[in-house]
Design a protein around this ligand. Structure first.
Ligand code: UDP
Length: 322
């Protein structure tokens, strides 16, 4: 099967590419290398079943041409990471909305199954525990630029579902919950896990934002990829939305302590007020726990990797790559 992965040089994308090639797919990667890195995929460059095309999902003729002959597309190309979104909301909105529309239209033309990478950020600051796919979303003011990411991804989900409804395009939407693992950006802009590991390995203090009692459900990359592949293979998943995440909440302070312990670091933990980082117009989800029962029921997916084990593997990678 010929498969296109947009954003295939990125953190999740490149792990997905590894898995697809191992499973016998022919894989084309389209990536503009704005967030992705050649280092993530260069080990495949000699493989005849692999092709890399450098370019943007905003380039409509290129996307059309690239999709020609593909049966399946994983659309992961996006601007991700809240610091990036806050720094340049316009770039985030355009890439994440226009790019998805371009790829969807081309997928429809080519008649290929469309797997869309969405996010737990969709739920905004909802404090419902756990969060199910049908739940309401709760966002703050448009003056808080963080919410432009949630809004863009939600519009994408609407687009994907509209193509499914109107055009009969086979689609699946996956809402990833805080994926972490090797190949995260060592500067940590996309993930607190990378940030803390990078800080301990450089002997810097670990910067916990706010009171550190906010929670996330950290999901190891192998689980993220497994859920993605299962969703692409499952006929019953057509037209459905799934939470892909591990059903365990961890506070950010607990995470900092775990990283310190695993790296045997003597770095201090310091608390940084949100205002010092982003000014007064910032909001942060307080809790985020998925109800992953739908993915288990329909896809047979359940996240397996405990946080300590995943963190140890991630630390090992960072030690070799920082
Ligand atoms: N965070 C933190 N210190 C850092 C970076 C992030 O305490 O150096 C916090 C951040 O404010 C948020 C949580 O960690 O509450 C998760 O942040 P991340 O960017 O990893 O993911 P997201 O907020 O998109 O879920």
């Amino acid at each position: 099967m010929k498969t296109l992965v947009t954003g295939g040089a990125g953190y999740i994308g490149s792990h997905l590419v590894d898995r697809l090639l191992a499973d016998g797919h022919e894989v084309v990667v389209l990536d503009d290398l704005s967030m992705g890195k050649m280092a993530n995929i260069e080990h495949h460059l000699e493989d005849r079943r692999f092709q890399f095309i450098e370019g943007s999902v905003l380039n409509q003729p290129l996307v059309r041409e690239t999709l020609h002959g593909c049966d399946l597309i994983f659309h992961l190309a996006a601007v991700v990471g809240i610091p990036y979104i806050i720094d340049d909301p316009l770039r985030g909105i355009l890439t994440n909305v226009v790019g998805t529309e371009v790829v969807l239209e081309a997928a429809d033309e080519a008649g290929c199954r469309f797997i869309f990478a969405s996010t737990s950020e969709i739920y905004g600051k909802s404090e419902k525990v756990p969060l199910s796919e049908e739940d309401d979303r709760l966002l703050g003011s448009t003056r808080v630029s963080r919410w432009s990411y949630s809004t863009a991804k939600a519009l994408d989900e609407h687009l994907v579902l509209a193509y499914h409804q109107k055009q009969g395009l086979p689609v699946v939407i996956l809402r990833y919950f805080n994926s972490y693992g090797p190949r995260l950006d060592p500067q940590g802009y996309g993930s607190v896990v990378a940030k803390f590991i990078g800080q301990t390995l450089r002997g810097e203090p670990l910067t916990v934002h706010g009171d550190g009692q906010q929670t996330r459900s950290f999901t190891y990359i192998d689980d993220t990829v497994e859920g993605t592949v299962l969703a692409a293979e499952c006929a019953e998943a057509n037209g459905e939305v799934f939470n892909i995440g591990r059903e365990e909440e961890t506070t950010i302070l607990q995470l900092a302590e775990m990283v310190k312990k695993i790296t045997a670091s003597s770095s201090q933990i310091i608390f940084v007020p949100y205002d010092d980082l982003y000014g007064s117009r910032f909001e942060d989800p307080r809790r985020r726990l998925p109800d992953a029962s739908k993915a288990e029921r329909l896809l047979g997916f359940k996240a397996q990797v405990p946080l300590t084990e995943g963190l140890k593997k991630t630390v090992a990678w960072f030690r070799g790559n920082l």
